[in-house]
Structures are given as C-alpha cells and as structure tokens.
Design a protein around this ligand. Structure first.
Ligand code: TMO
Length: 327
C-alpha cells in the first residue's frame, strides 16, 4: 500500500514530505523533541501515575510515549536507555536492583515520594476468626490447611511477578505453604474478589497504598521485623542457618528512577520529575479510579489531575523552564 503510493508520486510526495518535515522540525536541538519514554508496568497505580506524569510532561512541551513491560524488564530498559522513566520503584520488591544500578551509575535516582509503602502477605478480615493467632505469622503454621487448594496438604499463597524472597521465607520460617505466582496485579485482584465473594480463606501478596484498602478490611501478616542482616546473615533471626527469616520492610520508600540520558537530554523534564511527590492517598486513589471505578488508565489520570490541581501546579511551577528552553 505504502510502496504503491510512493511509486506513483515519487517526486511530488518527496517535495510535500520535505516541506512538512521542515515546517515540523524543532527550531532547537532534536533531543528536546524526541519523546520521553515512560515505562508502564504490571500493577494499576504505576500505570495511572505514569499517565499523570506523562500528561504533565506534555504540558511542559515534551512529547511522551509509553513503553509497556513486566516489572522485571525495567532495569534493563532503564540502564540500556530503551526507556527513560519509572515512576514507582518500591523498596519491598525492588530495592536490590535499584541500589545496585544507581551505585554503578547505570540508573539515576530521581528522588523519593512522600508515600510510605508496605508489600507483604495479606488476608481479608474474616480470615482472622478462622485462623486464631493472626496476624502473627506462626498462626499460619497451624492453619495452613485452610489455605490448601484441591488435594494439597500445604497452604497456597498467591503472589505476583514482583516478590522474590517468598520461597526463601517459606523455607527459612518452615511454613507449610506453596507459592502460586500470578501474572500481574489484575490476576491478583481476580482471586481476591472471588475469595471474598465466597468468604473463602485466602492469603495473598498485597501492598499499600493500593485500591484494596478502599474496599476491603484486612491485615498484613506480621513476620519477624525486617532487618538488612536478615537478607545477608544466616545467623540472624529465628533460623540460624538460613537468610530471609523475616518480613518485608514496613514504611518502605517509593522512588522515581530515570535513565542516564534523561537529565542530559531533557533537563526541564528532569526537574519536573524531581519535584513530583505522591502521598499514600494519591497512589491509592490512582489505583481505585481504575480497579474500583472502572475508568481507563488514561481517564483515571485525567480525573486525578482534575481532583488535585493545586498539587500538580506546584510541581510544574517549580520547574522554571519548558521543553523549548532545552539545550
Ligand atoms: C510492586 N508492587 C507494588 C506490585 O508490589
């Protein structure tokens, strides 16, 4: 199709195209006009927050494209410069890669959100009456059978594609559980909604801020408190031979990560990204607009921007330049 047209109007098309390209070409450097590539990953708030920040970058004069990936790919994408921005790096599941890549200068830490986060095993409130002793983790040893799926003597713990130490924790704490790893946040939502509708016992990976807290009461399992040595020193904690005999951090950080190219190519975009700071309620709302309210990611981002104009105006007004001023 395209070939045919080209052949038929080679000369005139060439002239028209050249004219167009001249008219559309940026007056300054090309880099400022290249799109900022924003990573959208596999849980809802991250995708909505990406679109919120994408819209603010557009307002500043930066074209934006979204690159959809599984969370595991973010490190390659950012450090190779295939993508420029990841808006929600969570301490509980991503600290290791983030710290190692920023230390090596392959990824840039663009600052910490105000939100404090937690990612951990979680159950709906009615499960507590079925398994006395919760939220203490040792209760799970006694009532693992409650969480067994067809024919198994061991309990099932539903996880997403993010949490790495679950199997290690199960071994170190000698929990009679198997991990069922689901595809993404939507798949976790489905098993949770279904279990709650039937008041069936369930324990699954959850996090805060998230949409869940605006719909269901429930609690995180309290494992032995996280300490850095728990990851590295087997002698630490209740199991003297194995690491990971602890939970994930409480009050974890939430960061923004950018590629090495971003501050050089788009200094105003970088300034904006540094200024941005989401609170817990902002992130929970971003997720709930989609997972409870049924909006598209794009509409949820617009709705969030409508609801929080003073907040995002303060971020944008603090920048002091636009894409046009870029080098
Ligand atoms: C990365 N996550 C918030 C899904 O744990």
């Amino acid at each position: 199709m395209r070939k045919g047209i080209n052949r038929r109007c080679f000369t005139s098309c060439f002239v028209v195209t050249t004219l167009f390209m001249t008219l559309l070409a940026p007056s300054g450097a090309g880099a400022a006009r290249a799109p900022v590539r924003v990573l959208t990953l596999d849980w809802t708030s991250q995708i909505v927050v990406s679109h919120i920040i994408g819209k603010l970058l557009t307002q500043l004069g930066h074209p934006v494209t979204y690159v959809s990936e599984a969370a595991d790919s973010q490190w390659f994408m950012l450090s190779s410069g295939e993508a420029d921005l990841q808006v929600e790096v969570w301490e509980g599941s991503m600290a290791k890669e983030m710290e190692s890549l920023t230390r090596r200068g392959l990824v840039i830490d663009a600052g910490t959100h105000a939100a404090l986060t937690r990612e951990e095993w979680w159950y709906p409130e009615y499960v507590k009456a079925m398994c006395p002793g919760l939220p203490d983790w040792q209760a799970l040893k006694r009532c693992a059978g409650l969480f067994a799926v067809a024919g198994s003597a061991r309990g099932s713990y539903y996880s997403g594609p993010w949490e790495k130490p679950d199997r290690a924790r199960i071994r170190a704490l000698d929990l009679p559980f198997d991990v069922i790893t689901l595809r993404d946040g939507d798949a976790l939502r489905e098993v949770l909604v279904e279990a709650v509708a039937e008041r069936r016992p369930i324990v699954l990976f959850n996090w805060t801020p998230n949409w869940v807290e605006s719909v269901y009461h429930g609690e995180f399992v309290e494992f032995p408190a996280y300490a850095r040595e728990c990851e590295t020193e087997p002698e630490w904690g209740v199991n003297k031979e194995l690491t990971w005999d602890c939970g994930n951090p409480r009050d974890g950080w939430l960061k923004k990560a950018v590629s090495r190219q971003l501050p050089e190519n788009w200094p105003c975009a970088y300034q904006l990204i540094r200024n941005i700071s989401f609170e817990n309620a902002d992130i929970a709302e971003a997720a709930a607009l989609v997972d409870v309210g049924g909006l598209s990611y794009h509409d949820a981002a617009s709705e969030w921007l409508n609801n929080h104009e003073p907040t995002w105006r303060s971020w944008v007004e603090g920048v002091g330049c636009t894409a046009e001023d870029a080098p």
